[in-house]
Design a binder for this molecule. Structure first.
Ligand code: FES
Length: 143
């Protein structure tokens, strides 16, 4: 299985690893198939993501996509972070092997879960459709 240089870089030197105390939004998602877990913490000021950290217990692809996803949403308005897709994360990493694409879905789902947590904690109204299914049925096998 061939990984791009960017995937290897973000796996070996993941950005924004850690935890934010008193985070404004926390999202945790798991992959039912492989048991991998991703947790993302957001610090939000004036509707902008001023800091983001993550912890991922998972495969190389899950760690690389978590790292890239945090880089893509850092400093961005919350509304823009909500539009992040696993496809955009995979493209930013110069691709993933087909059997690992579903690993990237964890990052998109964790970011959305953290933003939903932020909205819920602050009583901000939102369209529930924004947090619907990502479309991944986790049907692939991880090896
Ligand atoms: Fe579980 Fe990649 S996320 S194998």
């Amino acid at each position: 299985m061939a990984y791009s240089a960017k995937v290897m870089d973000h796996f070996q030197n993941p950005r924004n690893v850690g935890k934010i105390e008193n985070a404004d939004g926390v999202g945790e998602v798991g992959n039912a198939k492989c048991g991998d877990i991703m947790k993302i913490y957001l610090k939000i000021e004036d509707d902008c993501i001023v800091d983001v950290k993550f912890n991922t217990f998972g495969c190389a692809s899950a760690i690389a996509t978590s790292s890239m996803a945090t880089e893509l949403i850092k400093g961005k308005p919350v509304s823009e972070a909500l539009t992040l897709t696993n496809k955009a994360v995979v493209e930013a990493l110069d691709g993933l092997p087909p059997v690992k694409i579903h690993c990237s879905v964890l990052a998109e789902e964790a970011v959305k879960a953290a933003i939903k947590d932020y909205y819920d904690k602050n009583g901000i109204e939102y369209d529930a459709d924004l947090f619907g299914e990502s479309g991944c049925s986790n049907c692939c096998h991880c090896d």
